[in-house]
Design a protein around this ligand. Structure first.
Ligand SMILES: *[C@@H]1O[C@H](CO)[C@@H](O)[C@H](O)[C@H]1NC(C)=O
Ligand SMILES: *[C@@H]1O[C@H](CO)[C@@H](O)[C@H](O)[C@H]1NC(C)=O
Ligand SMILES: *[C@@H]1O[C@H](CO)[C@@H](O)[C@H](O)[C@H]1NC(C)=O
Ligand SMILES: *[C@@H]1O[C@H](CO)[C@@H](O)[C@H](O)[C@H]1NC(C)=O
Ligand SMILES: *[C@@H]1O[C@H](CO)[C@@H](O)[C@H](O)[C@H]1NC(C)=O
Ligand SMILES: *[C@@H]1O[C@H](CO)[C@@H](O)[C@H](O)[C@H]1NC(C)=O
Ligand SMILES: *[C@@H]1O[C@H](CO)[C@@H](O)[C@H](O)[C@H]1NC(C)=O
Ligand SMILES: *[C@@H]1O[C@H](CO)[C@@H](O)[C@H](O)[C@H]1NC(C)=O
Ligand SMILES: *[C@@H]1O[C@H](CO)[C@@H](O)[C@H](O)[C@H]1NC(C)=O
Ligand SMILES: *[C@@H]1O[C@H](CO)[C@@H](O)[C@H](O)[C@H]1NC(C)=O
Ligand SMILES: *[C@@H]1O[C@H](CO)[C@@H](O)[C@H](O)[C@H]1NC(C)=O
Length: 777
């Protein structure tokens, strides 16, 4: 077993040769096409012989760790030391990464001492202890700042602890190495060029500049090698327009305040460079960096705040609960904190009185009562990164989060949301997916783990590909121990009426697991980033996504972000229309933007144990039933139920339809689809994986067909200059029926390795109102 882990720390990529983002010659690469997934054989049904032995061993580890929580400090120090040596021995849990999102692959075997319940082990051992801050002002305020530098995110005492922590923790050691590796690539590259893109301004260059300044400043502080200091200076000179050729307009709009995210990200970049290297810049250099920040960043922030009802710069300052408020206030706050008391103009001090209240009234409320992000699962990355950087900067600079982490009592659930919305291969990525990420990562999950004392969050995120980030050198607590999946429920229902969505899976640690995401929720109030998609679902199994999302339309098409009214031009584009979702279409029409669905969800509450292979009992299930009547015109009623059956090996989608207009069941797939002779069964293949989709007890006339993922002939025309992105590789599996009353049952059976036909279940005919945990034995 240990062989699975050996030499992990010696490989060039500790994720091993399976890391698709890594090349021996060039380091990290951006994949042009999503790496194709392999189906590995280790999972599943019928417990492999080796596992029986492991389960026994794991029990020892679990009990050992649980006992340590209640023990004396002497034995907890021993537990900490033992956890540390185990960590060093096994290295990194994940053995590779896969998928578009770089999700970790876990081995099928377990190390008994490490895969235990999540915990932070308290220890007095200075080589293992997480450093504690001694800066604790009695009356914290946004202008009462820690006396030493850095102020932002990483105070000096944390830098001082780094060498020992890195030496003792395989993750920190890997991240440090990765940051240096990336920084070296950027060191040898030209400074980030100015590229103004019609819709997204200079957001890409701004985030690239920030990515580099973070990495270069980090490398300087860790190595004391002045080459990093010099290279930071070049990048700061460049984006200030002070190198030959200039950079953008030669006036106060250089950082493109009309698209304020750009200004904010640039300001954050300069704030880090100024603050982290404060003690080594000359006075002249500090002045130069500060004046660029004031001229191109903070002064524009003051304009945004001075007239937020009419200033185009500042529309995001109030009444907007999404990523903009978090990112813009985050960047301005970091900039202002970096130069406070050095700034002779007073703009920094004035802004700090505005950004914090604005974030408290807007940004922090973008996380709803159940943790769901107001926009979409992908926009969560941008908004939550902005919020984490803001809160961490305020916390380190003032000794308090000043309410940013406590005012929304459910903020911490934002991390749980990300965990559950992440399927085995991809996100349940409804709605828009946003621009390039660069510095927008999932590392807010790590920060929330520390801020809210949630070891499972840290254990989840530390295996993610984007965890190799300078922030995590300060957010990760290396005393964390265990496996995030130990004791974690396989299902979760997010019940806020704004989204109402469920996550159901067969395992947390198996890339081939069955995963179903299903949603209802209201269709307005998502910052115009959602689709008309009540009843939408995705299905993953065998390492593939079988039914999925189409994602963004081109952001630059006319009317795309106009509004979320029924007649919005946004809803003219195929990907945003109801026909572009995995739902029932009625009369070819869009859903009603005033939809107010109701949902019933239940789960066997199965939790995964310590082992990477979930032991799912025969009655383990979950279901999501939504009444979608209010989402449609021309229906008497419309209900959809989705459930796992047969011990999470099969999925049933059941629709109860009573419609005055023709209906079409639609689901989008990347698979190659072949229909049986009677059109009652569709066989889907992706690579060497297969999924059989059947109509069970079909009403008369119901049959599968395949149609192109393109707009219907009856659709209203697009605005002048508007165009749908093509999706030639996507097929819509459809069932078309005239107006009438029907129950449609669609049964999905992934062809699991070794699956025998005799082990399959047929769902019977149970009305949605009668669904229960035991209705489909
Ligand atoms: C961090 O990584 C760099 C580059 O690999 C290495 O030179 C340095 O020693 C590492 N730092 C620590 C504290 O291990
Ligand atoms: C860098 O310099 C600081 C301050 O002089 C010192 O504490 C630290 O040990 C040095 N680090 C390295 C890697 O030389
Ligand atoms: C800005 O000034 C620089 C020289 O300082 C020049 O090279 C560049 O072309 C100017 N840019 C614009 C947009 O005028
Ligand atoms: C700044 O310069 C750009 C490019 O030269 C110009 O289009 C813009 O009007 C100027 N803006 C201001 C506020 O001076
Ligand atoms: C760039 O040059 C301008 C004009 O001399 C100066 O105000 C600014 O501080 C400089 N910025 C940097 C980062 O060098
Ligand atoms: C949904 O979350 C919002 C916070 O974003 C909260 O104001 C609202 O009360 C929640 N609604 C329900 C039904 O819990
Ligand atoms: C390293 O570079 C890769 C490729 O550009 C990027 O995806 C990753 O986020 C970078 N990591 C860090 C720590 O900057
Ligand atoms: C097709 O595959 C891409 C890339 O993995 C994925 O983003 C998309 O959601 C898939 N589309 C469908 C309809 O499943
Ligand atoms: C759909 O087509 C567009 C344009 O060809 C492509 O960029 C996108 O990845 C495709 N999306 C899916 C989900 O396959
Ligand atoms: C309802 O159905 C009727 C008859 O098919 C059709 O004329 C009308 O446009 C439909 N209304 C909506 C909002 O789809
Ligand atoms: C099945 O569908 C195909 C193509 O849509 C059609 O040509 C064929 O007649 C159908 N077969 C039956 C038995 O309905």
């Amino acid at each position: 077993m240990a062989a699975n882990y050996s030499n992990v720390n010696n490989a060039s990529s500790p994720y091993g040769s399976g890391d698709p983002y890594y090349s021996q010659s060039t380091g990290y690469i951006t994949p042009q096409t999503p790496p194709k997934k392999k189906t590995s054989g280790w999972i599943k049904f019928g417990v492999p012989v080796a596992l029986i032995i492991i389960v026994a061993a794991v029990l020892g580890g679990v009990f050992g760790s649980r006992a340590s929580k209640n023990s004396t400090s002497a034995s907890s120090a021993a537990a900490a030391a033992s956890a540390s040596s185990v960590k060093k021995e096994i290295g990194i849990f994940a053995t590779g990464t896969d998928s578009l999102y770089g999700l970790p692959i876990y081995p099928s075997t377990t190390n008994s001492a490490a895969f235990s319940s999540p915990t932070f082990i308290s220890t007095q051992d200075s080589t293992l202890a997480w450093p504690q801050d001694s800066f604790k002002p009695s009356s914290p305020s946004i202008t009462n700042l820690r006396p030493d530098r850095p102020r932002l995110i990483a105070p000096s005492y944390k830098w001082a602890a780094l060498p020992t922590l890195i030496a003792n923790d395989p993750y920190m050691s890997y991240w440090n190495q990765t940051i240096f590796m990336n920084a070296t690539i950027w060191y040898n590259a030209d400074p980030v060029p100015y590229i103004l893109d019609g819709g997204n301004g200079i957001l890409d260059p701004a985030r690239q500049v920030k990515q580099r300044i973070k990495a270069f400043s980090y490398c300087y502080r860790v190595s004391n090698d002045t080459k990093w200091l010099d290279r930071t200076w070049v990048e700061l000179q460049n984006a200030a327009g002070n190198l030959t050729g200039g950079w953008g307009p030669n006036n106060s709009t250089k950082w493109n305040p009309v698209h304020f995210l750009d200004t904010a990200e640039m300001t954050a970049a300069y704030a880090i460079g100024y603050d982290w290297l404060y003690d080594v810049w000359s006075d002249t250099q500090k002045q130069a960096i500060m004046w660029s920040m004031i001229t191109y960043g903070l002064n524009n922030g003051a304009i945004a705040y001075s007239d937020h009802d009419t200033s185009y710069y500042g529309w995001w300052t109030k009444g907007t609960q999404g990523n903009w408020n978090c990112v813009c206030n985050g960047g301005l706050t970091m900039g202002a904190l970096a130069i406070l008391n050095d700034d002779p103009t007073g703009v920094a001090q004035a802004l700090l009185q505005q950004t914090i209240p604005s974030a408290l009234g807007n940004c922090i409320l973008a996380t709803s009562s159940d943790g769901t992000w107001s926009e979409t699962p992908d926009y969560w990355y941008f908004g939550t990164t902005g919020l984490a950087e803001l809160a961490a900067s305020v916390q380190s600079a003032t000794g308090s989060d000043l309410g940013l982490l406590s005012t929304n009592a459910n903020l911490h659930l934002g991390a749980l949301y990300h965990m559950y919305v992440t399927g085995p291969g991809s996100l349940f990525n409804w709605g828009d997916n946003g621009v390039n990420k660069y510095t927008a990562t999932a590392n807010a999950v790590m920060f929330y783990g520390q801020a809210f004392d949630k070891p499972a969050y840290q254990l989840f995120q530390r295996d993610a590909l984007d965890a190799a980030d300078p922030w995590n050198m300060f957010w990760y607590n290396p005393t964390v121990s265990g496996a995030f999946w130990d004791g974690l429920a396989l299902d979760h229902y997010f019940d806020n009426s704004t989204d109402q969505w469920a996550s159901m899976r067969s395992s947390w640690a198996d890339e081939n697991a069955l995963f179903v995401g299903a949603k209802a929720g209201t269709l307005q109030g998502h910052q115009s980033h959602n689709d008309l998609d009540c009843g939408d679902f995705v299905v993953d199994a065998l390492g593939a996504r079988w039914f999925g999302e189409l994602g963004d339309e081109n952001y630059l098409v006319p009317g795309y972000f106009s509004n979320d009214d029924q007649d919005s031009q946004r809803w003219l584009y195929y990907r945003k229309r109801t026909e572009g979702q995995n739902v029932v279409l009625v009369g070819g029409a869009n859903q009603n933007v005033k939809a107010a669905p109701t949902v019933k969800f239940d789960s066997s509450n199965t939790v995964q144990g310590a082992t990477t292979v979930a032991d799912v009992s025969s009655d383990s299930t979950a279901y999501f039933v939504s009444d979608l009547t209010s989402a449609y015109f021309n229906v008497t009623s419309m209900k959809r139920g989705i459930r796992m059956i047969n011990a999470r090996k099969q999925v049933l989608v059941q629709d109860e339809i009573n419609s005055q207009a023709p209906v079409q069941w639609r689901a989008h797939t990347n698979a190659t689809v072949s229909l049986s002779n009677n059109n009652q069964t569709a066989t889907l293949t992706i690579g060497d994986a297969t999924m059989v989709v059947e109509l069970v007890n079909p009403p008369s006339g119901a049959a599968f067909s395949t149609v192109a993922a393109t707009r219907l002939p009856t659709d209203p025309t697009l605005p002048a200059g508007g165009e749908d992105l093509p999706n030639d590789t996507v097929t819509v599996l459809a069932v078309s029926l005239p107006a009438g009353q029907y129950t449609l049952q669609v049964l999905m059976t992934p062809q699991w390795p070794g699956l025998s036909q005799g082990s399959l279940k047929s769902p019977g005919s149970v009305a949605l109102d009668q669904w229960s945990l035991s209705s489909h034995p």
